[in-house]
Unconditional design. Structure first.
Length: 109
């Protein structure tokens, strides 16, 4: 099972590469929460990172709010376009909610 996850992740990561102008928006999903990072692969640094806040509401709603928050922080750093990296996860549920929230917040990808 873990082998299949790593294969999916490597297949996706082979096709995308974040730069300073267009960083990679990487999503990590756990059972309890979700985290996102903006990564510049050319310098191998994390530009921004945000994890969902504990609070009321369902996990999908928190994920959408997290996408809007990361978009706001990115726009403050004059980052308007990103490359979405869903990792080994399906584009569904919380991962999709992060992407929709980031788009609503003003990011394009």
């Amino acid at each position: 099972m873990k082998k299949n996850k790593l294969q999916r992740q490597r297949r996706i990561r082979a096709k995308i590469f974040g730069t300073a102008d267009r960083p990679r928006l990487s999503v990590y999903r756990s059972n309890k929460g979700i985290a996102v990072q903006l990564i510049d692969d050319s310098k191998q640094i994390t530009l921004l990172a945000k994890r969902d806040a504990k609070g009321s509401g369902n996990k999908t709603g928190k994920a959408k709010t997290l996408g809007m928050e990361i978009a706001k922080l990115a726009l403050e750093k004059k980052i308007k376009t990103v490359i979405f990296d869903k990792g080994s996860y399906a584009y569904h549920g919380r991962v999709k909610a992060v992407a929709e929230g980031a788009r609503e917040g003003g990011l394009t990808f």
